[in-house]
Write a protein that binds this ligand. Structure first.
Ligand SMILES: Cc1ncc(C[n+]2csc(CCOP(=O)(O)OP(=O)(O)O)c2C)c(N)n1
Length: 584
């Protein structure tokens, strides 16, 4: 028996099933699945530049006969949706399992969309574990399902299942022979002449899956009386089991297709039927569409955010378990760029120049928060580059503030590059800043093409970012050290003055890569309490009761960014000559 997170258990299940190839683009809460799989014996795993590529590499390996795992977060499924919908026509060669990890409550995401809808829209069966033991079992058995019905299989988890460690019984790996490959254009070449018959194959498969799901061993009824019946799946099953120990529960392990007959029978066996779910009304709408009536909740069921046993109890009009009240003197801790983060001064300077900043997704999105407050938009990966072009188009005939797109290196590889090519093609202007911190920091420092570090540490090459940008036709390309305030200010000023498209590559490694610390800075009596250093939003800088700056020597890593903004030279390193006593 071992304690594994849902993510680790999925990796284990796929490995036990003989999966040999795995592809992914990182994204919370899915990331650790691929990291766990990559460490196992006899497997090949890679980070791809984005989820569409990951799904396509996976489909290729499946077509060639291997069992394959691809993983992504829920918004990654949007990016992969194009190949997925058609993979549901082609079917598979070797079993192909795709993890879609959802984030109800948006702990680390830009939306809380529900991946169930993809399973239903693309007609791809979806399995939904409620704990790590099920995650392992479902992942292991999903390969047989995939090969039996000739279809990719989605596994949906949510952050609670992905990240909670629960007991599992790991097993042995079954070595599976790759399926022999034979050219079969009618199955794999989805031009209309071949896709039309495959659509019919898909419809037959949907009917077959609907019959299978009535017997599916992953759906179970936990009967506890006939007053209240609850239909639920995944993590919400755990909340329901804890909140409503008297209720009968229909626990769905397969959430597409749904077992219509079994659900009807369950509904008939209870006096009042409810559906408890997070993120959307997929299950309740689907159950109602079967002609099953649902009872209204006596209390209020939240329509957004993650559920908990307490929220489920409240929805059923039951008392919630008492919580210890939080003391009211706990200071707020808004997320902030790390002390020494190389992204900080770029946002400080963008805020000084009052630029309109189209942002993107990564650690640098924190540049939107006070005190930097230097981001106007952030929608999806890559959108900084395309949205800045949109702003420039709309304002082409009016005086306007400088428009600057800001994007990280991993995000640039994911989808920023194609947006840049489109801007160049359409003769767009504006400035794009690529914040190259040599890693995919936001999701835990994964490798990407611009730092050349592969998932399994194989020899690779580090792509030349500036060379690529020049090659697609941008002439004004500069490399800047973002820890140098003056160089950053000057480069931004010159770039926005250029009516042509310019790209600034701000290159300095994330401080968490090597964790190099220099002696901490300290504040001397020369501090006038002007407050400028605190506008950098560095978590190592605080203020005393009179407003003088204080530097926390534990958090300060000695980057010296703040000292460059102190007009009074009151921020010094202890061994440098100081002008007076210290404020701390
Ligand atoms: C479509 C999609 N896939 C994955 C993610 C998860 N994610 C958010 S930001 C990010 C990459 C951040 O890396 P980078 O652009 O290099 O910026 P950094 O965090 O290093 O500053 C990832 C993978 C996402 N939000 N959307």
């Amino acid at each position: 028996m071992e304690l594994l997170s849902g993510n680790e258990a999925i990796a284990q299940g796929a490995w036990e099933a003989g999966a040999r190839i795995a592809t992914a683009y990182p994204g919370t809460p899915s990331t650790e699945t691929m990291e766990a799989f990559a460490c196992k014996d006899g497997v090949y795993a890679e980070w791809c530049v984005n989820e569409k590529v990951a799904a396509e590499v996976g489909l290729g390996a499946s077509a060639a006969g291997a069992r394959v795992l691809s993983t992504m977060k829920h918004v990654g499924v949007n990016v992969a949706a194009d190949p997925l919908f058609t993979a549901a026509y082609t079917g598979v060669g070797g079993g192909f399992v795709i993890l879609a990890a959802d984030d109800p409550g948006m702990y680390s995401s830009q939306n809380e969309q529900d991946s169930h809808w993809y399973a239903r829209a693309a007609h791809i069966p979806m399995l939904e574990p409620a704990d790590s033991a099920e995650a392992l079992r479902f992942a292991r058995e999903a390969y047989e399902l995939s090969e039996r019905f000739d279809v990719p299989v989605l596994i949906r988890s949510t952050v609670r299942v992905s990240h909670t460690k629960t007991p599992v019984e790991p097993g042995e790996r079954t070595e599976v022979q790759a399926k022999p490959y034979e050219s079969d254009p009618a199955k794999w070449v989805m031009m209309p002449a071949f896709a039309k018959p495959r659509r019919k194959t898909q419809l037959e498969r949907i009917d077959a899956l609907r019959s299978w799901v009535e017997e599916c061993p992953y759906n179970e009824v936990v009967g506890r009386g006939d007053d209240i019946g609850v239909v639920c799946a995944g993590a919400t099953f755990q909340h329901v089991a804890e909140a409503l120990p008297e209720a009968s529960v229909f626990k769905l392990g397969c959430t597409w297709p749904l077992p219509a007959e079994r659900l009807r029978a369950f509904a008939a066996s209870v006096k009042a039927l409810y559906v408890v779910e997070e993120a959307s009304e997929y299950l309740s709408e689907s159950v109602r569409a079967l002609g099953i009536e649902l009872a209204p909740f006596p209390g209020e069921m939240p329509r957004d955010g993650e559920l908990s046993p307490g929220l489920v109890r409240a929805a059923f009009g039951l008392e919630r378990p008492a919580h210890l009240p939080a003391p009211d003197n706990v200071p707020g801790r808004p997320p902030a760029l790390c002390a020494g983060c190389p992204h900080r001064l770029v946002f400080k300077e963008l805020s000084r120049m009052k630029a309109v900043v189209t942002g993107d997704i990564g650690c640098y999105t924190l540049g939107a928060l006070p005190p930097l407050s230097a981001m106007d938009t952030c929608v999806d990966m890559g959108a900084s580059v395309s949205m800045s072009h949109g702003f420039e188009l709309a304002w082409s005939n009016v005086e306007h503030r400088p428009v600057v797109g800001v994007i990280g290196d991993s995000t640039f590889a994911h989808s920023g590059l194609s947006a840049l090519i489109s801007t160049v093609y359409n003769k767009g202007g504006g400035t794009v800043c690529v914040l190259d911190n040599r890693t995919t920091a936001m999701t835990g420092r994964q490798g990407n093409p611009f730092n050349g570090e592969t998932l399994q540490k194989r020899p690779s090459r580090e792509l030349d970012l500036e060379g690529i940008v020049r090659a697609v036709g941008v002439e004004d390309v500069r490399t800047v050290d973002p820890n140098d305030a003056l160089a950053t200010r000057r480069a931004l000023k010159e770039a926005v003055a250029n009516p042509e498209l310019s790209v600034l590559v701000f290159r300095s490694p994330c401080v968490l890569i090597d964790r190099v610390r220099k002696p901490a800075f300290a504040v001397t009596d020369a501090c006038t309490a002007c407050g400028v250093c605190s506008t950098l939003g560095c978590p190592a800088i605080a203020k005393d009761a009179e407003g003088h700056a204080l530097i926390d020597p534990v958090q300060c890593i000695g980057c010296g960014q703040c000292a460059q903004y102190c007009a009074f030279k009151a921020i010094v390193q202890p061994d440098a000559p100081s002008e007076g006593g210290s404020h701390g």
